[in-house]
Ligand binder design. Structure first.
Ligand code: ZN
Length: 204
């Protein structure tokens, strides 16, 4: 009878699920945790379990949250006519840090990448359309008047911005794009705050 894999092998296999982690790195992490930081390892296991059980997607903006609707979407001080579409929660955080935007967000949780088999249905575009079509109960009107496509200035980010523009063609919702000035090929997350602020104010 073949024996089942031992606990160490299972741990290394589990760590290899992380992006960018190969066998060698996974082994180093496993050995480190078991040799030097068993308390940290138990904390990590606990935090992972807790997060997986409690974190979900905001029903409106699709970002990670523990509530049905996240705090940003519920913030009454937010400008509700503008919806800034970003690829990741990290990009959203970068724009928030720039302090130059007071509207709402939609987080795609990805970007188009046909070569990797990631198409329109995989990046939250259907949810975005549903979100924009949402009608405000008080005014009985659609809240969103402008979508700011703040996807990255990579080929995939540009393709994603184009797909967003296409999806809302003729809908009456204005789609703008962050201005250049953000370096081509860059992830928003790593762009400095002043540049983000400029790209927002100069959008077209
Ligand atoms: Zn939200």
């Amino acid at each position: 009878m073949a024996s089942s894999p031992d606990a160490l092998t299972l741990l290394i296999d589990a760590l290899r699920r992380l992006p960018g982690v190969g066998v060698k790195s996974a082994q180093r992490m496993a050995f480190h945790l078991l040799q030097h930081d068993r308390d940290g390892a138990l904390g990590l296991a606990q935090a992972l379990g807790d997060a997986v059980r409690s974190v979900r997607h905001c029903a409106r903006c699709h970002t990670f949250t523990e509530a049905e609707v996240c705090a940003t979407c519920l913030d009454p001080a937010r400008e509700r006519r503008q919806l800034c579409v970003v690829e990741t929660p990290a990009d959203q955080a970068a724009i928030e840090r720039s302090g130059s935007y007071r509207g709402l967000y939609f987080v795609l949780m990805g970007r188009l990448s046909p070569l990797d088999g990631i198409g329109v249905g995989d990046i939250g575009l259907p949810q975005l359309i549903a979100r924009v079509d949402r009608v405000d109960e008080a005014s009985e009107r659609r809240e969103v008047e402008e979508i700011i496509a703040a996807t990255s200035f990579t080929a995939e980010g540009e393709a994603t911005a184009y797909a967003i523009a296409k999806a809302f063609e003729g809908s009456g919702v204005k789609v703008t794009r962050l201005a250049r000035g953000v370096p081509v090929g860059s992830e928003l997350e790593y762009v400095d705050l002043g540049t983000i602020a400029h790209a927002l104010s100069d959008r077209r």
